[in-house]
Design a binder for this molecule. Sequence first.
Ligand code: IFM
Length: 451
Amino acid sequence: MTTSFPPGFRWGVATSAFQIEGAIRSDGRGPSIWDTFAAVPGAIAGGDTGEPAADHYHRWRADLALLGDLGVDSYRFSVSWPRIQPDGRRAERRGLDFYRRLVEALREQEIEPFLTLYHWDLPQALEDDGGWRSRDTASRFADYAALVHEELGDVVDHWTTLNEPYPCAVAGYGEGRHAPGAREGHGALAAAHHLLLGHGLAVRAMRSQALPRHQFGIVLNQSPAIPVTDSAADAAAAARQDTLLRRQFTDPLFGGRYAPGLAAMFDGVSDFSFRHDGDLQTIAAPLDYLGVNYYYRLHVADAPHREPDPAQRTVTDIGVDTTRLPDVPRTGMGWPVEPEGLIEALVGLHNRYPGLPPMYVTENGCVYADRSDLADYERISFLSEHIEAARTAAAAGVDLRGYFCWSLLDNFEWAHGYQHRFGLVHVDYATQQRTPRASYRWYRDFIAAQR
Ligand code: IFM
């Protein structure tokens, strides 16, 4: 592999609060939408919940030792909103203190903290008031962001507002596959807008009290959509898929406009009155970085348009069939292994949006087996090929500043529960023993070779 990355390129790993912390009732934490969703029979595979996860809330010092041995210079993690504001409003000192201890210890190890404010764990109290359907949730998010930023701004420089608003909105409020489990079809569009508005309001609030060294960004999942044939119908279906998953977010953030075609995809059933004058300016305020999470491309075929069921409209009413995958290698999730998709994602963004801020690959990783596999050579191949793709994109002119592997530890994989293991480090959930996999040692040696 070619080993030249731009000077100062960051090497890291990523996690998120709900997926690793456990301790869902400790130190005043309030319930989140994922706690509520996990209690719904059948919502999560195996009936799994946010307990025990990797019990990181109690074992974080051991996990920081793993980071130190791995040799990463950066660590991307998220703050649990319901630890900080258990009811979405009142501040909980014990939650703030937990993250201060964590960040100060990272700094002692000379590991740069990349803090994400929202990785899907909305306080249930705010969902009870409408959740991301409600404009007020955007303001609540800005208040929360300002609070965390005020508390930790002396020790954290990299501030990410949202992780992947697409699944929050579409899987959460459109399809019901994720918390809060709402199947409201085009209602997902209002959720997506309010997430973006919350992002913009949060950046504005944090910038008003920021130090010059502070950087603000957002993380988006990017799955380029590829038509399965060269027919005009499949090409149009792929374009619709791209609009829904990517341009719904990137056009307002970096193009200063709402994605054209979004309304048409919903055949006039959608009401855009949730967009207010001035929102676009708030959302499109300049950022210091964009994080890209890349796992796979989507292979898209046109499908017959179904009339929306007024009681239960789902986003599949747009007539896109993503199930006809070509014959390519797949991961244990069934996701096609196509590192070239990472190049397409990064170069595509770079070309589409002049003035785009620098980018990081903020997540990339895989699962291959649901057994406890420590000799995970397939993961090593996957990571190696994707890192090479990142290098190719940087060589092609993309301003790429770093790469974060998903994930440090095995963790709670949302609706899949604990059956899928993304960790460089294996976690025995019964004993909480951590065992580094072959991929951990490979990544450690790879990072060392970059220095
Ligand atoms: O585990 C998730 C993460 O929370 C968000 N990005 C995708 C990962 C793998 O599915």
